[in-house]
Write a protein that binds this ligand. Sequence first.
Ligand SMILES: [Zn+2]
Length: 283
Amino acid sequence: MKPQSPAFPAPLDADARRAAPAVICYPTETLPQPDLAALARRREGAVNGGHVIVPPRDARCIDVPAGSFFRITCPDGPQVGDLNLWSAQDLTEHFYSGKTRALHGTHLSTGDRLWSRFPAMRPMATITRDTLDWYGWDADGGSVHDVIGTRCDPYTGRLLGGVDYHYCCHSNLTRALADHSGLSLARAEPLVHDVLNVFMCTGFTADTHQYFMKASPVRAGDYLEFFAEIDLIVGLSACPGGDCGDEHTSDKATCSPLRIDVFESTESHQPVPQNAYDRSHGR
Ligand SMILES: [Zn+2]
C-alpha cells in the first residue's frame, strides 16, 4: 500500500505530473471480435452434451469439445465459482487471467474472451450469455465475474492465519485436475492457475485500493455461458467462501453446489490458431 505519510516531499510540478492523460495500455480496436449473432444461431441448434455437479467446497473437471457451449449455473443458494481452463491437447496452455484483464478490464461479461498464456495466446472461450449483466458497477466500484483475484489457497491462509485449510479453490482444483487427468497431485498443482471468479462481486476500495469482496448478487437460476473456442478441460471450484460476503479460507460460510452443462453443436468449427509471433525474441 502507498504510505499515508510519504518519506519524500512532492516536487513543485507534482500536480502537473499527476495530470498526465491516462492512456489505455491495450486499445482493442484491432482485436478480432467474436460474431455473437452467429454464436447465438449456433447455440439454438446445440444439444445437451452432459453435465457435472460441483459439490460445495470441492471442484470438478469436465471435457468440452471445441465448437460447443458450456454453462455455469448457480442452482441453489448464492455461490461463487473459481474457473480454470486448460487446452485438452496441452495442459500447459491454460487460461491467462492477467492478459485477459489487460485486454478486457477487471470484470468480464458477454462478448469478452478468455485468453491462453504465452506462447499460444489465443481465445480459449468466449462469454455468450450472462444473466448478471444488469449489475454493472455498484456504489463501491464493485462488479461481478472478476479477473483480478487469484484463487483462495492454503499458502496464503497459512501465511496470514497460521492454519492449514485443505478445501480452498486452489486445492479443490488441484484434486479435480489430478482425478480427471490421472496426474499426481504434485504434477497437477503447478497447472492450476489464476481464475475467472464466476459470480463473485469484487473491486478495489476507494481509499487504500485494496481488493474487496461483497456478497454475490447471484441467485438460483443465474448462469454464465461460454463458447469453447478450442478443446477444453473446464475446472470449477465451488469456493469455501460461499457467496463471499464474509470470509473464504474456512468452513464458516454457507456453501452451495454449482453446475456445469455442456451443449454440443454439430456445426463445423475451426479453432483460432496459436499466436503467430515467431518466438525468435530478437535473436
Ligand atoms: Zn475460493
